[in-house]
Design a protein around this ligand. Structure first.
Ligand code: UDP
Length: 323
């Protein structure tokens, strides 16, 4: 099959390109390199079934041409990371909503299947975990810019399902939970690469809030394997799926775990949310996916434990620091 991956030079995108190429597909990656990096895909460039196009997905001519040549579009291009979203809310909203609209429009013109990346943020401040795909959602007020990300992704979901119901466009929605692995940068707030880098350098690990907020971290290899299978499964069309792992850990414990696994003598420093993200920031206390639906369709179970994941990230960051 011929795949077009938007955001293909990003962290998840570059791993997904590898998975699809390994499954024997042709892959074109489009990325404007705003947060993606050529280094993420440099090893793929010599492969005959891979092509990289540096362009913004809002360039409708280029998007139209690439879509016309594809059978499946996997739309990952989006503003990423809570920090970036709080700092640049206009870009977040525009990229996430207009970008997705353009992708759906083009896919509809050529009858491509489309997989849309959404996020666990759409569950908002929901407190009943694990989150199931058909759960109600609880959002914070519009004056808190963090929620712009969740709402823009929720609009993407509505729009995708509208294209499915109204025009019969085959869409699949994937709600990614915290995904980690090699090549993820800590530049936009992501906690695991930050903690690992700081631990390796002997610098303090900054835990925001009281550190009792919890997350489940999935390995990017597990996540991209699930995406590859969802793309090929006809039963996924018109559906929403959580994609993540279920091993829950508090951020405070994560910091201790990283320090132990790196053998670092770094300290843990508690930082109030206001200092980390600006006044009035609201975090999510717990975020745990139900992965039953994904498991029922494709037999998905995460293969990597949190320790496996952390060891791989530590090894990757160690090599980068030594470079
Ligand atoms: N966090 C932290 N220190 C950091 C970066 C993040 O304590 O240097 C916290 C953050 O406030 C959140 C959790 O770690 O509670 C996960 O943050 P991340 O940005 O990785 O993902 P999120 O779950 O917020 O999308």
């Amino acid at each position: 099959m011929k795949y077009l991956i938007t955001g293909g030079a990003g962290f998840i995108g570059s791993h997904l390109c590898e998975v699809l190429l390994a499954r024997g597909h042709r892959v074109v990656a489009i990325d404007d390199l705003s947060t993606g990096r050529v280094a993420n895909i440099a090893h793929l460039s010599p492969l005959p079934h891979f092509q990289f196009v540096r362009e913004d997905i809002r360039n409708s001519q280029v998007l139209d041409r690439l879509t016309s040549e594809a059978e499946v579009v996997i739309h990952l291009a989006a503003a990423v990371g809570v920090q970036l979203i709080v700092e640049d809310p206009v870009r977040t909203i525009r990229t996430n909503i207009m970008g997705t609209e353009g992708v759906l429009e083009a896919a509809n013109r050529y009858g491509c299947k489309v997989l849309i990346a959404s996020t666990s943020e759409v569950y908002g401040k929901g407190v009943r975990v694990p989150f199931r795909e058909d759960d109600d959602r609880l959002m914070g007020p519009t004056v808190r810019s963090r929620w712009a990300y969740a709402e823009s992704k929720a609009v993407d979901e509505f729009l995708s399902l509208a294209y499915y119901h109204q025009f019969g466009l085959p869409v699949v929605i994937m709600r990614f939970f915290n995904t980690v692995g090699p090549r993820q940068t800590g530049r936009y707030g992501m906690v695991v690469p930050r903690f690992v880098r700081n631990a390796l350098k002997g610098e303090p690990l900054h835990v925001y809030g009281d550190g009792r907020q919890s997350r489940c971290f999935a390995d990017v290899a597990d996540v991209t394997r699930a995406v590859g299978e969802l793309a090929e499964h006809p039963g996924a069309v018109g559906q929403v799926f959580n994609v993540g792992a279920t091993e829950e850990i508090t951020i405070r414990d994560l910091a201790e775990r990283v320090i132990r696994l790196t053998g670092s003598d770094s300290e843990v420093v508690m930082v109030p949310y206001d200092e980390a993200y600006g006044p009035g920031f609201e975090d999510m206390r717990r975020r745990v996916p139900s992965i039953e639906k994904l498991n029922a369709l494709i037999g998905y179970r995460p293969r990597c434990s949190l320790d496996d994941i952390l060891r791989r990230v530590i090894e990757h960051e160690r090599l980068k620091i030594e470079d």
